[in-house]
Design a binder for this molecule. Structure first.
Ligand code: HEC
Length: 147
């Protein structure tokens, strides 16, 4: 038993030396949204879907760091608000529709995330603000904005 615990401690210390990428590439573009929507996206989505991730202290401790970095990498790959200029018109439209779908089904933000970031949890009021913004015919331009 003691041997096993010793081994576990050694493994836990060992994995701390595995490098984890916690990058925040430069933001030159951002999605254009009215202030109230932008602020919701910032609070609830930007840690995984932008280049402005706030890396919490536990993102420096393995094995949690692997999970956090993995979510950010995966999240940015699918949708990155900081690189909105890189998507063409139809991709933007598709992503906007997916955003509505994900927040309506309460699949985003991830439950694991709202557990540690309770104020990122969306309520019906905030979900509606996102929907009104995405709605076809909404007057708001959803183009990229130079920062
Ligand atoms: C803790 C990190 C995290 C947060 C916070 C987060 N997401 Fe995600 N998101 C992911 C990951 C990881 C994926 C890819 C895997 C998946 O779909 O579960 C993803 C996928 C998506 C997708 C693409 C789905 C697809 O079919 O490809 C959309 C759209 C999305 N998120 C929207 C949002 C919105 C909107 C918010 C804020 C309200 C948000 N996410 C908050 C991590 C996050």
């Amino acid at each position: 038993m003691k041997k096993l615990l010793g081994l576990l401690v050694i493994v836990l210390i060992g994995i701390q030396f595995i490098p984890v990428e916690r990058t925040n590439p430069t933001v030159t573009w951002d999605i254009n949204a009215p202030e109230n929507v932008a602020s919701i996206l910032r609070t609830s989505c930007y840690d995984c879907h932008s280049n402005e991730t706030e890396w919490p202290w536990y993102s420096y401790i393995a094995p949690v760091s692997f999970m956090v970095a993995g979510d950010v990498e995966d999240g940015r790959k699918r949708l990155n608000f900081s690189e909105w200029d890189k998507y063409d018109g139809s991709k933007r439209q598709k992503l906007l529709e997916e955003i509505v779908e994900e927040v309506e089904k309460e699949e985003m933000p991830l439950t694991m995330y709202t557990f540690t970031h309770p104020n990122a949890k969306l309520d019906p009021y905030r979900i509606n603000l996102i929907k009104d913004w995405v709605k076809p015919g909404s007057s708001y331009e959803k183009s990229p904005r130079y920062k």
